[in-house]
Design a binder for this molecule. Sequence first.
Ligand SMILES: [Zn+2]
Ligand SMILES: [Zn+2]
Length: 117
Amino acid sequence: MILEAVARTKEHPTAETVYQSLKVQHPRLSLATVYRNLNQLCEAGTLKRLRLTDSPDRFDYNTEPHCHLCCSGCGRVIDLEAVSLDWNALLAQPTDCRIESCEVSFYGLCDHCAKDS
Ligand SMILES: [Zn+2]
Ligand SMILES: [Zn+2]
């Protein structure tokens, strides 16, 4: 049910948002339980954790590499589908380090906020 709450939105919810969205129907649910389950789902690779500047961790059902835009106007984190990177080429860069994941986040205004400013 916690997984579904993340899966049914493209808003990249925080643990708090997931908790708020489930609390009405599940009054006995605690925020700690939501955190614990989200952590487990991330460890299992079912969800992706987004560590963003100036925002609590957010959770993404789309675990494929993709870019995000963090909007400083409305606070939303949206998928930037228009920006395509050659992830295979990026991750294939010769290095002695073992790369396990890669995140690209852009900071600015989303289309709605950019229109209004
Ligand atoms: Zn915005
Ligand atoms: Zn995303």
